[in-house]
Design a protein around this ligand. Structure first.
Ligand code: UT7
Length: 332
């Protein structure tokens, strides 16, 4: 039994936070943000719009596009670092309830920006072992809930959104996920961290006073390590599977910073046509970034059935992951 990437869906909240808006909030400029990150705007969820709302909308689209009924889904995995609740119930349980999936195993995983590819590896393993047939995987973030909008080093980067995919069992090897590499190195845990709430820093006045509930990032150090790791990881998965970068029609990297994507793309000798870019309009949406990017090329008609995708991501943990897989869904 193999696992195939059966369908994709996404949801983007309507409210836009532009660089010009941020100029009025912190000491920054449209020119600096564009030059250093490639981001022009990001979408921000409404006050009453939470992670599971966006995830449920993306999930419904993915299930419909797979041509399945809700009863067909036998596992729900949600990758998020901005769950509805820290730490229970899992957002996957709430999403299942919101879309009407009953009595099915559902859980969250925490792998920051690498979460969607980690979830893909979980779906693949469950399917190949014969335990599940149709796994709903989701990357969803209300990252704006973690951001300190007085900290110019982070608030310009992140946005909100959700993407979902159905991974299904198949006996056709041609449409199967080829390979997934996923890894982590906790010795770099302090590069990207939200210090509270957690067992290290339970909620207290200190947490509030010092803003420990907001994301903190060693931006420049993370940047350098991201370029190095992403490049190495992609070279390794391509070599292991005997595929050259020129034969990949869709390189879909995590959308954190245009300069990181360009450096990795150049190192792999990828052309502009091969590299998928959404960072300009969505910013960094963490676990949602890759499925939102896949959905973009799907809806614009660029992604065709059978075409090979190369996913590559890097995030807090530190975690990183790459995947090589054909798109096995039907066209719109
Ligand atoms: O998604 C998970 C993985 N995340 C990433 O991969 C993100 C990786 N990091 C980055 O994308 C970049 O490091 C940033 C965009 C966050 C920062 O870019 P940078 O080129 O690494 O800048 P820097 O942190 O070295 O800062 C350069 C200067 C500093 O000023 P001085 O010390 O040179 O006077 C900063 O204070 O830019 C200043 N700066 C800003 N200026 C205007 C930092 N943020 C801003 C800002 N507007 N928003």
């Amino acid at each position: 039994m193999y696992a195939k990437f059966h369908s994709i869906g996404a949801f983007v909240p309507s409210k836009i936070l532009s660089n010009e808006d941020l100029e009025k909030m912190v000491d920054t400029s449209d020119e600096w943000i564009l030059k250093r990150t490639g981001i022009k705007e990001r979408h921000i969820a409404g006050d009453n719009e939470v992670t599971s709302d966006m995830a449920a909308k993306a999930s419904k689209i993915a299930i419909e596009r797979a041509g399945l009924e809700l009863e067909d889904i036998d596992l729900v995995v949600c990758a998020t670092v901005t769950p509805d609740y820290f730490n229970m119930p899992a957002t996957a349980c709430i999403i299942s309830d919101k879309i009407g999936i009953k009595n099915v195993q559902a859980f969250d995983i925490s792998a920051a920006c690498s979460g969607f590819v980690y979830a893909l590896s979980i779906a693949k393993a469950f399917i190949e072992s014969g335990m599940k047939k149709h796994v709903l995987i989701i990357g969803a973030e209300k990252f704006s809930s973690l951001v300190d909008y007085t900290d110019r080093s982070t608030c310009i980067l992140f946005g909100d959104g959700a993407g979902a995919a159905v991974i299904s069992a198949t006996d056709n090897k041609d449409e199967a996920i080829v390979d997934i590499h996923a890894s982590a190195d906790g010795s770099y845990a302090d590069f990207l961290v939200t210090p509270a709430p957690g067992s290290v820093n339970p909620v207290s006045q200190k947490v509030i006073d010092e803003g420990l509930n907001f994301v903190q990032m060693k931006g420049n150090e993370t940047f350098k390590l991201a370029v190095k790791t992403l490049t190495k990881d992609v070279k390794s998965i391509l070599a292991k599977n005997g595929i050259e970068s020129k034969d990949i029609p869709h390189f879909i990297p995590h959308q954190a910073n245009y300069r990181i994507i360009k450096a990795v793309g150049d190192a792999l000798k990828m052309t502009e046509e091969q590299v998928v870019l959404t960072v300009e309009k969505y910013g960094n949406t963490s676990a949602a970034s890759i499925p939102m990017a896949i959905n973009d090329i799907y809806e614009s008609g660029r992604l065709k059935k059978g075409e090979m995708m190369l996913l590559d991501t890097f995030g807090g943990g530190l975690t990183w992951a790459s995947a090589l897989l054909p798109f096995a869904g039907e066209l719109l």
